[in-house]
Design a protein around this ligand. Structure first.
Ligand SMILES: NC(=O)c1ccc[n+]([C@@H]2O[C@H](COP(=O)([O-])OP(=O)(O)OC[C@H]3O[C@@H](n4cnc5c(N)ncnc54)[C@H](OP(=O)(O)O)[C@@H]3O)[C@@H](O)[C@H]2O)c1
Length: 269
């Protein structure tokens, strides 16, 4: 017979949260998946930089939501920075260090764009290609480069780059977008090795369809239904489905996951 568990579950009120006081930058967190990640990391105890390029009032409301739930604000600040601009990315890290008087522990790069007309390669103009690669690929590179130089060494350092399950699904109409993210997945696997000895992990989180503005852009109700039907769980993903995974990866328990691409898509791919 199994021995009954007699140890009481710990309810020590002084026990801190998993990310207590760690500083996290979440790019593209004024809305969508990034917003949910910022709020989730804050709920785990992190101090968070909410980054955006144009939606400042939405970024302010994310900051207000985090700070209103905190017992010792400010736990979040909004910082405008375009991830495709090297000076902006440097300033973003400067602002994080200044705001919280600390090194940065966690970078989550969620900023990204998509062409909602879903052109085939034959119909993709060079400007669109360059714009998507500038934000999704160059932006991920710049954020990742800054993080490899500035994220805290010696334990707890984390880099998470948002990519896409389309790298596996290979759907027509998404070639430029998917290629821009495939490059990031390759880069992250190498960065994880280059960071040997620092205690910093680097991973990609690759969502399937998630109900955000980006997902609905340019899609008919019929197409949305069809995509839903392609998902074994029979629903679209919610930003929280992604945020929970990111929360695990950036916590101490996620340390052994390193150099990986983790798809989170309800079985879509
Ligand atoms: N939703 C999906 O189905 C899905 C699936 C797979 C992967 N993803 C990836 O997940 C990430 C988040 O997607 P989402 O659905 O949350 O998108 P979203 O709702 O369109 O939000 C995009 C966020 O990125 C910010 N952003 C855009 N360009 C930026 C730039 N140059 N610099 C800094 N911030 C910038 C936006 O802020 P502003 O409004 O201020 O520009 C916004 O906060 C993206 O990388 C996307 O590719 C999404």
């Amino acid at each position: 017979m199994a021995t009954p568990i007699t140890e009481p579950v710990s309810c020590d009120p002084t026990r801190t949260k998993p990310l207590q006081d760690r500083v996290a930058i979440v790019t593209g967190s004024s809305r969508g998946i990034g917003r949910e990640i910022a709020i989730h990391l804050a709920s785990l105890g992190a101090r968070v930089v909410v980054n955006y390029t144009s939606s400042s009032s939405q970024a302010d409301s994310v900051v207000a939501q985090i700070n209103s739930a905190a017992d010792s604000p400010p736990r979040a600040v909004a910082v405008k920075a375009d991830v495709s601009n090297p000076d902006d990315v440097k300033s973003l890290f400067d602002a994080a260090e200044r705001a919280f008087d600390s090194e940065v522990h966690i970078l989550v790069n969620s900023a990204g764009i998509l062409d909602g007309t879903y052109p085939t390669v034959a119909n993709t103009d060079v400007e669109t290609f360059d714009k998507i690669f500038a934000v999704n690929t160059r932006g991920a590179f710049l954020c990742c480069r800054e993080a490899t130089n500035r994220v805290k060494r010696g334990g707890g350092g984390r880099i998470v780059l948002l990519t896409t399950s389309l790298v596996g699904a290979l759907r027509p109409g998404y070639a430029t977008y998917t290629a821009s993210k495939a490059a990031v997945e390759t880069m992250a696997k190498i960065v994880a090795k280059e960071l040997k000895g620092t205690g910093i992990t680097a991973n990609c989180v690759a969502p399937g369809p998630i109900a955000t503005e980006m997902f609905f852009e340019g899609k008919s109700e019929e197409l949305v239904q069809k995509l839903k039907n392609d998902i074994p769980l029979g629903r679209l993903g919610e930003p929280n489905d992604v945020a929970n995974l990111v929360g695990f990866l950036v916590s101490d328990g996620g340390e052994w996951v390193n150099g990986q691409v983790i798809r989170v898509n309800g079985g879509f791919v």
